[in-house]
Write a protein that binds this ligand. Structure first.
Ligand SMILES: [Zn+2]
Ligand SMILES: [Zn+2]
Ligand SMILES: [Zn+2]
Ligand SMILES: [Zn+2]
Length: 433
């Protein structure tokens, strides 16, 4: 699980933030010696310094005072009942070392004032900044990854030429693009070199490549106000993920935004004719990009779409090595690999050579012929998760349909485990003595 920023910000280290100093000085000064007077340059600074020379006041008095005058409070916050002095006194007696801000926080918690409204948590703490993400089309990913080791060597040569310390460790791919993993956080100049190399590579159609970026976080957004059947002349046609990508590309408000995954389109409700589009974007931890987009509107045909923040829901990850749900490919613990098609102990790409179904078998009736080289496997697949007749990453799989429902996944895997145990037990019981 990603960690979230605490709702109550920790007080800034004393004197670290110039703007904070005037607010916190009168209460945290208790024992600290006054700072040596410095030549003040502005009115603001004069005020700051003059506060150090105010006569020392009773801290409780200051508590009440500062809570009334706290300039950081909104009108709504200020209209809430003011602090009860006797309560504050009790807190101050019990915890003499607390400063005003802390006392106010404790008081708020005790009196239930701090029960924050459920706030949308839309930005995750993202992957390491040593990943340089380049979104590209599927064809590009496949052809680029074929020669990935050569590309790593070539990029590193270019990086060495400009005498930077950054080197590429390896390149990995996912369904949205590739990640170039480097040994330390890359500077813009390093990113440009990598970006340039990739776009000019022979394996790449550069028209289908986005600019390289250093991700830190993902933000989750939703778009409302778009019809689920967008074409008036074809009411059967549904809004697709590609339609959304095209719409976003055409709009200037998405100019500097990179999608972290394909947009997801669902109906607002089973009987609704409107769509709900979920988009995940690359962002910084403060959610800067998301904040810039939230509540902005744009045209989609006759309609006006609006962007809203969404609660972050990264979904249950599907391991692309063992094809089990619940962990990322990077943290897979199995030593080999499993096939997405038959769950056999081989890479999915090698299914034709190693999969049992594609091998000739004369012992069965009718005998099975070997699948021809270069031909796709014509046999029925078996999902390792639900045992259905599909690949383990199929959209038909119930695990896929519930990929944003962690509880469902946990329950399902527990069920599968229990059933396996039961069948094991019963098979043990039926062994004749
Ligand atoms: Zn795995
Ligand atoms: Zn296989
Ligand atoms: Zn086969
Ligand atoms: Zn399945």
């Amino acid at each position: 699980m990603s960690k979230f920023t605490p709702r109550i910000p920790a007080p800034a280290p004393h004197g670290n933030n110039k703007k904070e100093t005037p607010k916190s000085t009168p209460v945290t000064i208790n024992k600290a010696p006054p700072l040596p007077p410095l030549p003040a340059k502005s009115k603001k600074e004069i005020n700051t310094i003059s506060k150090y020379f105010h006569p020392k006041k009773n801290s409780v008095e200051i508590t009440n005072h500062s809570s009334k005058l706290n300039p950081g409070k909104s009108y709504a916050q200020a209209s809430k009942p003011s602090i009860n002095t006797s309560e504050v006194l009790k807190i101050k007696e019990t915890f003499p070392s607390l400063n005003t801000q802390k006392i106010e926080q404790v008081n708020n918690i005790v009196n239930g004032l701090n029960k924050a409204k459920p706030r949308i948590k839309m930005t995750t703490k993202g992957p390491s900044r040593k990943h340089i993400i380049i979104s590209m089309s599927n064809d590009n990913i496949v052809s680029f990854m074929k020669n990935s080791s050569t590309h790593v060597a070539n990029i590193n040569r270019s990086l060495c030429n400009v005498k930077t310390d950054v080197l590429v460790d390896y390149i990995r791919s996912d369904n949205a693009g590739i990640s170039v993993v480097v040994n330390k956080i890359a500077q813009q100049s390093d990113i440009s070199i990598i970006d340039n190399y990739i776009k000019n590579s022979n394996d790449i159609n550069s028209l289908q490549v986005e600019d390289a970026c250093l991700p830190m976080s993902k933000s989750y957004l939703k778009i409302i106000g778009i019809p689920y059947h967008p074409y008036s002349d074809n009411r059967q046609a549904k809004l697709s993920s590609d339609d959304i990508q095209n719409i976003l590309k055409q709009n200037h408000i998405f100019d500097n935004i990179s999608l972290a995954s394909k947009p997801r389109v669902i109906k607002v409700s089973p009987k609704s004719d409107m769509a709900l589009v979920w988009i995940d974007i690359w962002d910084v931890q403060s959610g800067k990009n998301a904040k810039m987009l939230i509540n902005r509107c744009f045209n989609v045909g006759n309609f006006i779409a609006t962007i809203r923040g969404a609660n972050m829901n990264p979904g249950v990850p599907l391991c692309k090595n063992c094809w089990k749900w619940g962990h990322a490919t990077m943290s897979c613990r199995i030593q080999g690999a499993r096939c997405v098609k038959c769950n056999g102990p081989h890479k999915s790409e090698h299914h034709r050579e190693f999969g049992w179904c594609c091998k000739a078998n004369n012992k069965i009736n009718p005998p099975r012929l070997e699948t021809k080289r270069g031909k796709p496997c014509p046999h029925t697949f078996k999902c390792s998760n639900c045992k259905g007749d599909h690949q383990a990453d199929s959209v038909q799989c119930p695990f896929w349909r519930h990929r944003f429902n962690r509880e469902w996944h946990v329950k399902k895997y527990t069920e599968i485990h229990e059933n396996r145990l039961k069948s094991l037990c019963s098979s043990v019981n039926t062994i004749p003595n």
